[in-house]
Design a protein. Structure first.
Ligand SMILES: CC1(C)CN(C2CCCC2)C(=O)N1c1ccccc1/C=C/C(=O)NO
Ligand SMILES: [Zn+2]
Length: 380
């Protein structure tokens, strides 16, 4: 990628705000400082994010939710108002003081990235602190308060007719799928762990979208233990099929890193190399592409992954040795960039995966028919 055509959304204030989210102590700093320590900033156009305004957030979220969320954020922990529960606030989405400002900062950063793509300022835009895919129109969910992914896609839709969303996070991208399940203008494609009792519980292969959006939601449910080779194979098949039938004009990827070997979620067995091969497929299409983060609870591996993917976008090869920097001690005991796969067995049996692929192909073929009909009708 010609370097100046890569936009990296960053400011020290933004990183400090993201670091303040207790659940992910200083993850945003670790990611940024590793990218910086590897000398990658000079290849990118660094732009400070803007704050999302109330109107920005209201493009997707309901006023009722936003005003309640802003109110409890001002009051902090002791705001256990009865209706907080109906808005998903509390439990998985604790209300820390200033959480509204945090959510508005992240949404503003994703919008800043999306605007760069919409205005043709760049070909690839990065906001690794974004990707909060569970938030619903009027409900926080799964530690996601504002759905910056939906806001970014809506921003791209101002310029591009068809947008493809690809969710590589361990968890189903339910908030984004819900937002676009009725429209054929956005295809949502999610690869995720699907297993009884595993959050959020949605994302079965049978979920294909509703109404005119039928066949424009694609779900690839997977089981524990999947490693790079099989994951990349499946991704490659599905991504090629979706790209050739849907012909997206822009792409949004959520690269939640909780799929990596060593993550406390202890589910998939991927490495940054495998995710990098998936990213290479998308970059090969040479379409305006927005890259976002998401989950990722082994902080050093998450920083390793997103730094590796950033270098991949920039066609830069990184040395294995982690460069000296403030968080160097976090990368022990080997202090290398590579993540070693675990020795857990892959519970995805080949027959089941073939079945999943066959069903996905049927959905995509149906989409072709659907698309042909939609286009035929549009022509008259
Ligand atoms: C609170 C966190 C986000 C953290 N966490 C673990 C990770 C390791 C130690 C705690 C969870 O399981 N979480 C969740 C709790 C309830 C519902 C959802 C999630 C995660 C969602 C996600 O990653 N979506 O992509
Ligand atoms: Zn996740």
């Amino acid at each position: 990628m010609a370097s100046s055509r890569v936009l990296y959304v960053h400011s020290d204030d933004y990183v400090r705000t993201c670091d303040s989210m207790a659940r992910l102590p200083h993850r945003a700093s670790m990611v940024h400082l590793l990218i910086k320590a590897y000398g990658l900033l000079k290849f990118m156009r660094v732009i400070a994010p803007r704050m999302a305004s109330h109107d920005d957030l209201a493009a997707f979220h309901s006023d009722a939710y936003l005003s309640h969320f802003e109110l409890v954020s001002r009051e902090g922990e002791d705001a256990d108002l009865p209706e907080s529960q109906q808005y998903g606030l509390g439990y998985d989405c604790p209300v820390m003081e200033g959480v509204f400002e945090y959510a508005a900062a992240v949404a503003g950063a994703t919008l800043t990235a999306a605007e760069g793509l919409r205005n043709g300022v760049c070909d690839v835009a990065l906001n690794w602190a974004g990707g909060w895919h569970h938030a619903k129109k009027d409900e926080a969910s799964g530690f996601c308060y504002v759905n910056d992914v939906v806001l970014g896609i809506l921003k791209l839709r101002e310029q591009f007719q068809r947008v493809l969303y690809i969710d590589f996070d361990l968890h189903h991208g339910d908030g984004v799928e819900d937002a676009f399940s009725f429209t054929p203008k956005v295809v949502t494609l999610s690869f995720h762990k699907f297993s009884p009792g595993f959050f959020p519980g949605t994302g079965d292969i049978a979920e294909v979208g509703l109404g005119r959006g039928r066949f424009y939601s694609i779900n690839v449910p997977l089981s524990d233990g999947i490693a790079d080779e099989k994951y990349v194979d499946i991704c490659h098949s599905v991504l090629q099929a979706v790209n050739t039938t849907f012909l997206p004009e822009a792409v949004v990827c959520q690269f939640g890193a909780d799929t990596l070997a060593g993550d406390p979620m202890c589910s998939f067995n991927l490495t940054p190399k495998g995710l990098g091969q998936c990213l290479q497929i998308v970059l090969g299409w040479q379409k305006p592409t927005l890259l976002l983060g998401g989950g990722g609870y082994h902080l050093a591996n998450t920083a390793r992954c997103w730094t590796y993917l950033t270098a991949l976008v920039l066609d830069q090869v990184l040395a294995s040795e982690i460069p000296e920097h403030q968080f160097f001690p976090e990368y022990g005991p080997d202090y290398v960039l590579e993540v070693t796969p675990g020795c857990r067995s892959d519970t995805n049996n080949p027959a089941h995966l073939d079945q999943v692929l066959a069903e996905i192909r049927a959905v995509v073929r149906a989409e072709i028919w659907n698309l042909a009909m939609v286009r035929a009708i549009a022509r008259h």
